[in-house]
Design a protein around this ligand. Structure first.
Ligand SMILES: [Zn+2]
Length: 270
């Protein structure tokens, strides 16, 4: 297998030996680097497959493994907008995080009260990965203000205007708001997207023609990144599913290579 892959969207699953499992999977599949997220006590049971939960990996744990494997992993420092404060961006930069991951903001991403966070990210040159689309946790989270309307892709538009140097990735191509997400990728120079998610998730309902129609503009292959967003054991089938979609769309090997690693390499500046 000659492909080289960068996975821009992978969550640390709180299982015994998970990082070793992930690194072994990366070796086997030709994944050179993975952007890793650890959300601490926010959805600690995410993607559990093997046995009971062990630990509750947070930004500090992530900093440790990224420091131990700097040529294989980079860290997306997790920020919950509305709970964390702008100074947390300084702390995450000090920890060596390459970028920021936002999930479940209390108010819409576009709320001006979050702009100091984006301003700091822009100043540090930290790309930002935004969860977009419906989010329903494994167990309901009363009192946490979960509201997927806040995670619509269109909310990144004002951020793109205000912070033209801030590189942004819309995760899951918006899930249920794909048109919005694709239009933003096409029109805003600093907006990109990943198509991450399980093989039986949102991508599975769509025929190839749908992807071709959505990503119709000639340079769309410069805006799409590979992200897994599944357990390490499911990365292989998710990666194969991405390759199936792009090759059936008729994309050249060069275009597919952009999506699998070139765009991520440029975006992360590594
Ligand atoms: Zn995610």
């Amino acid at each position: 297998m000659s492909r080289t892959v960068w996975d821009v969207h992978h969550h640390w699953v709180n299982e015994e030996g998970y990082i070793e499992r992930l690194l072994a999977t990366m070796d086997r599949l030709g994944i050179e680097r993975t952007g890793l997220i650890a959300m601490g006590d926010f959805v600690p049971d995410l993607f559990l497959l093997h046995g009971p939960r062990v630990g509750c990996a947070d930004n500090e744990d992530l900093a440790r493994v990224v420091t131990a494997h700097p040529d294989r992993l980079w860290g997306w420092g997790y920020i919950r907008l509305g709970r964390h404060v702008p100074e947390d961006v300084d702390r995450l930069a000090d920890l060596g995080m390459a970028g920021l991951k936002f999930h479940a903001p209390v108010r819409p991403y576009s709320d001006p009260q979050y702009f100091p966070v984006y301003e700091k990210a822009s100043r540090y040159g930290m790309p930002c990965l935004f969860h977009t689309g419906i989010f329903y946790p494994p167990t309901p989270m009363p009192g946490e203000g979960i509201n997927s309307e806040n995670y619509r892709p269109i909310h990144v538009e004002p951020i793109a205007h205000e912070f033209p140097d801030l590189k942004m990735i819309i995760a899951h191509l918006g899930v249920c708001w794909n048109d919005e997400a694709a239009a933003l990728c096409r029109i805003c120079p600093n907006v990109h997207a990943d198509l991450s998610g399980r093989v039986d998730g949102w991508r599975s309902s769509r025929p190839i023609e749908w992807f071709s129609q959505l990503l119709y503009w000639p340079t769309s292959h410069e805006k799409i990144l590979f992200g897994s967003d599944v357990h390490a054991d499911e990365v292989e089938t998710t990666l194969e599913d991405h390759e199936r979609i792009f090759s059936r769309m008729g994309w050249s090997a060069d275009r597919i290579d952009n999506v699998l690693q070139g765009n991520a390499r440029r975006l992360m500046g590594m």
